[in-house]
Ligand binder design. Structure first.
Ligand SMILES: Cc1ncc(COP(=O)(O)O)c(C=O)c1O
Length: 308
């Protein structure tokens, strides 16, 4: 995780999603306000809805992540009980918060005594030379609950995730016990064996190189085939580009038409509670490098041009 964590602070979970949900439960009660990025991962919005929580969406820059000044003014005005952010390679923007912004974020939250649920499932998938640190690395107050898993780096099916939940660890561990007793041992044992002898680091190096290459294919294809006026993020890691199409393109319509060609993309509608991103789509470039992805971009570009 690139910051020191005592094993006593770890709770093993059924993927990152369970870790995130347990952390959310530990620090909120129904009706509370939770700050999320805008746009944000739809499963975060669903988790809030499931627990009867209200979302306050904070402006998030496509390159540098959540705007800490905007968050400061939200915290002044609203009784926010927790934040759920993705500082490293945010889903869907792919943004990466600089170290100084992570530090400012952690200090701001310490000042207000607001816990941060840090979703770091993409942190290992960086295209630069250095693994970005999680916000947890600056945590002095035990307020950061760092969550991750092997789902994005190895395979989602193992369902092995974890949280380092700071001062909330005991509470999260108790909730884990009450809700599902324990995380499955066979997949943890298999992963343990693999981590010791299976070349995980080599695998990660290869995966990062493949993803960086596919990002290039995505950006090239979008520049070539999408309508004039399209804007796209330039992520430094992860699986996604976020595409802003001309305003006349309805992302849901584009999604439906693409699906009729067996092409899946995520319409912007999913990533906000208040319909802000109706002409945006998230495209996943983590596909095998077999030419199909380029062809799919061409098809989607042609459909989008027809919708303009
Ligand atoms: C940002 C983010 N967080 C969490 C998850 C869930 O991870 P897991 O499969 O480990 O539960 C995903 C999976 O899509 C994700 O994109």
């Amino acid at each position: 995780m690139s910051c020191g964590v005592d094993t006593e602070e770890l709770v093993i979970t059924n993927g990152a999603m369970e870790a995130l949900n347990l952390c959310l439960e530990a620090v909120t009660k129904p009706g509370d306000l939770v700050a999320v990025e805008s746009p944000t991962f739809y499963a975060a919005l669903q988790a809030l809805e499931r627990r009867g929580l209200r979302a306050v969406e904070v402006a998030t820059h496509p390159r540098t992540g959540v705007d800490v000044n905007a968050l400061a003014s939200v915290l002044e005005r609203h009784p926010v009980k927790a934040c759920w952010f993705m500082p490293n390679f945010q889903n869907p923007l792919g943004s990466l918060m600089p170290d100084s912004a992570k530090q400012n974020l952690v200090e701001l939250l310490a000042k207000h005594q607001v816990p941060l649920i840090e979703d770091d499932v993409y942190g290992e998938l960086y295209f630069g030379s250095q693994k970005p640190k999680p916000a947890k690395a600056w945590d002095r107050d035990g307020l950061v609950m760092h969550c991750s898993s092997f789902s994005k780096t190895l395979a989602p099916g193992y369902r092995v995730g974890w949280t380092a939940a700071g001062r909330f660890t005991q509470d999260v561990a108790r909730r884990k016990l009450m809700s599902s007793l324990a995380a499955p041992l066979p997949s943890q044992e298999g992963l343990n064996e693999y981590l010791q002898h299976g070349g995980y680091d080599r695998h990660l190096r290869q995966l990062r190189a493949k993803l960086a290459k596919q990002r290039h294919v995505a950006l090239r294809g979008i520049a070539k085939c999408f309508p004039a006026g399209t804007r796209v993020t330039q992520p430094e890691g992860g699986y996604f580009v976020w595409v802003e199409l001309p305003k006349s393109v309805d992302a849901l319509e584009l999604h439906r038409l693409a699906l009729s060609h067996d092409i899946s993309l995520a319409p912007g509608h999913l990533f906000s509670a208040d319909h802000r991103y109706e002409h945006h789509v998230r495209i996943n470039f983590g596909h095998p490098d077999d030419g199909k992805f380029e062809a799919a971009l061409k098809t989607v570009g042609a459909i989008a041009k027809a919708l303009v």
